[in-house]
Design a binder for this molecule. Structure first.
Ligand code: URP
Ligand code: ZN
Ligand code: ZN
Length: 713
């Protein structure tokens, strides 16, 4: 949404007659879907090149390239380029380059027109120098919007003057706001240098040449961390339409400064190769920081080895196992156990997509044979108990091997109840509701319009019980659920239409990455269920803690990354696909009025949203490695293992008669054999006590010394 259209809805702000410039996502320019033939999850290496139209960001990059070529050949600057420079020139402000500490002045920033950057994606220092630089010719710059960095010599402006090394965006002061962390609020200024928070407090000593963001009446909070996205995921024969550029750009617009995406190998494919493929997709495109979870979509000793490489060398500390998507990504119980065991050995967090894939397959067949082919069949084939059963099974299995568990996209009351009950029993388990299930319900699957109904198809489905969003928000507010994602995995109407005659073929996924913060603010804080501190906890801090990047992320404190959202809690906006920044042509929160708007978003100390206006560049985000053995996850696991270690009962050996099994005719039992003779016995076959209603118990759940929670280690 442009600053104009946002401001128009603000209660307390002055009338703004700026014409909205943002172009709605609908219409002929809408990104076209990619198709990958008939493969359900198939990644076809050349599909990007040959078979499909551009993803939105590729279209932009391509048109930028063409524009640059055109400019080169004509020697003229394009109209759009001059528009950009004029807009940016309005940012120029007074500068006192020679001022001393304690004097707050703003530095002139002279933008350089850049069509695309050749900088390494993770090197934002290089980008800092490229995009906006302080020019020595302050006065000239003030009067001229046409000063740019010399293309051949970046140390000089296009007029040949040396550029000042001191760059305004390296220093930033957020002034007059209320800083909110998960555990406290304080009225304080925040001073940032080189992307890191250097001071928090009042009456700070601020060097000259510092850009100031006025935050009076605003909340200054850690930027959001979306724990669950699927940008440009190859899935169900097509690719998610929001890629790492449009998706992360939209994330920033909504106040999210970091996403966590999933590298998902095909069955049989190397996990490490999938990881590198995702990095190659993401690194040149991401506008905000990102981390990766990796899918364990099949099991073998090689997978176990690769999990080690990923955790020890490649910055991965979480693995997602699927209990659904039979015949593609689904793992059976034995493989689930193996993967949980391996996660535990490596100090990684096991994640599960908890739905019973066998039941879903069976139900789908039945529904289709009854002629139920529409989106309502999607929900009917995977009702709540299918999710709750798998959630319970995942909790039990992971607990048997003492592996911490994170249940992604908790969509139903009954699945959430399982998690909250297990937590009460001491299990190390975390639950992640997503924006979709907190903000809307599954009634849409019964909508008369097929396109509308299909747009809500995701797995596990949204629940028809209209009380579900309220219920999940309550659990999130009281601590039974911990972190929030979106499962952002978007498909356009024509992509969804791949399943127009069969709901099992509708690509699963919905939007959310842009609106998560606003939806949770509206349904959580405005509703009175949580205070701003809890909002920060569930949108940012808890994710940073669980994935072991705290306090670098998820906190406003000295030394933390300057990923910050300056939040206007009183402003309102109406969510719509017409104004959102995502590439997808539908928004599941369409028409919802929400309080809470990101007036400013700061990512690594760079102002990327200013008064609602986005200023991003592809590749400016960084990959954030997530280290193993997170203390917030594994901190109590060792002690818990020790406390629950099985105890042998010391007793005198049994010396009475022992039954002897007849090896010839199994089932026949000879009694009155002494214990001494026991060593010679053949041990298979029926036991003496098989028919007895009272068999000796091996249960250790309730021994005289006290109850365990069912796990040995
Ligand atoms: O519908 C969904 N959730 N699509 C993405 C894949 C997944 O299961 O997370
Ligand atoms: Zn999933
Ligand atoms: Zn997902």
């Amino acid at each position: 949404m442009s600053s104009g259209s946002r401001r128009a809805t603000r209660h307390q702000q002055e009338k703004d007659d700026e014409v909205p410039q943002w172009i709605p996502g609908l219409g002929s320019d809408k990104p076209k879907p990619r198709t990958l033939g008939t493969s359900f999850f198939g990644y076809v290496p050349d599909a990007f090149v040959e078979k499909t139209p551009y993803l939105p960001s590729e279209r932009t990059a391509d048109s930028a390239k063409k524009q640059a070529e055109l400019e080169k050949s004509t020697g003229q600057r394009s109209e759009s380029a001059s528009e950009i420079s004029e807009q940016d020139a309005t940012l120029q402000r007074d500068m006192d380059a020679s001022s001393d500490e304690g004097v707050v002045t703003e530095e002139v920033i002279v933008p350089r027109r850049v069509m695309s950057s050749a900088a390494e994606p993770w090197n934002t220092d290089a980008l800092d120098g490229v995009r906006e630089v302080a020019c020595c010719l302050v006065n000239n710059a003030l009067s001229s919007a046409s000063s740019f960095v010399d293309a051949k010599d970046p140390s000089r402006c296009n007029r040949g003057h040396r550029i000042s090394v001191m760059s305004a965006q390296n220093r930033l002061l957020i002034k007059g706001g209320r800083v909110v962390n998960d555990d406290m609020m304080q009225d304080a200024d925040v001073y940032i240098e080189d992307g890191v928070i250097k001071q928090v407090g009042q009456n700070l000593h601020i060097p000259g040449g510092t850009k100031v963001v006025e935050a009076k009446g605003r909340l200054v909070m850690p930027g959001g961390i979306d724990t669950h996205t699927h940008m440009q995921l190859p899935f169900m024969g097509t690719f998610a339409v929001d890629d790492f550029y449009t998706g992360t750009r939209a994330a920033l617009a909504g106040g999210t400064t970091m996403i966590m995406d999933f590298a998902l190998p095909q069955r049989g494919e190397s996990l490490v190769e999938a990881y590198h493929r995702w990095r190659a997709w993401a690194d040149p495109k991401v506008c905000c920081d990102y981390a990766l979870h990796v899918g364990v979509t099949w099991w073998s000793p090689k997978v176990a080895e690769e999990m080690q490489e990923l955790t020890e060398d490649l910055g991965i500390n979480s693995f997602k196992m699927f209990m659904a998507y039979k015949d593609t990504w689904q793992l059976g119980d034995a493989d689930l156990l193996e993967s949980f065991k391996r996660c535990k050995e490596l100090g990684a967090l096991a994640q599960v997509h908890a739905e019973n894939g066998d039941a879903i397959k069976e139900n789908s067949k039945k529904l289709l044979s009854m002629g139920i082919t529409g989106p309502e069949g999607h929900e009917m084939s995977r009702p709540e108990e299918v999710e709750a059963e798998a959630t319970n099974r995942a909790c039990v299995l992971s607990n048997q091997v003492g592996c911490p568990l994170y249940v992604v996209h908790v969509m139903s009351k009954s699945a959430a109840d399982v998690i909250s009950a297990k937590r009460k029993q001491g299990y190390v388990v975390f639950g992640e509701p997503i924006a979709a299930c907190l903000g809307t319900s599954g009634k849409h699957y019964w909508h008369q319009c097929w396109r509308h109904a299909a747009a809500h198809v995701m797995g596990p489905p949204l629940r028809p019980d209209p009380d579900t969003p309220r219920y999940l928000m309550d659990l999130l507010a009281n601590g039974d659920l911990q972190a929030t994602g979106t499962d952002n995995c978007t498909f356009t109407a024509s992509q969804k239409a791949l399943g127009k005659d069969d709901f099992t073929k509708i690509p699963n996924g919905v939007n959310g990455v842009e609106d998560r913060m606003s939806v949770i603010w509206e349904k959580g804080v405005v509703s009175g269920k949580m205070d701003p501190c809890r909002f920060v906890a569930v949108t940012s801090t808890n994710a940073a803690k669980i994935f072991n990047i705290y306090p670098k992320k998820g906190r406003i404190a000295v030394g933390s990354d300057a990923d910050i959202v300056v939040w206007n809690p009183n402003a309102t906006r109406i969510i719509s696909a017409k104004t959102h920044h995502q590439a997808v042509d539908f928004n599941i929160f369409e028409g919802m009025e929400v309080h809470g708007i990101a007036d400013y978003v700061i990512c690594h100390g760079r102002v990327v949203v200013e008064e609602g206006e986005l200023r991003v560049q592809s590749g400016m985000g960084k990959f954030v490695p997530t280290p193993a053995f997170c203390p917030h996850v594994y901190g109590r696991v060792q002690d818990r293992d020790r406390a629950h270690a099985p105890q042998k009962v010391e007793r005198a050996p049994y010396d009475g008669p022992v039954a002897q099994l007849n090896s010839q005719s199994q089932g026949l039992v000879t009694e009155h054999i002494t214990a001494v003779q026991q060593e010679n016995f053949y041990t298979r076959g029926a036991q003496l006590n098989d028919k007895s209603p009272k068999r000796p118990s091996v249960k250790v759940n309730n021994p005289p010394g006290g109850k365990t929670s069912g796990s040995f280690w």
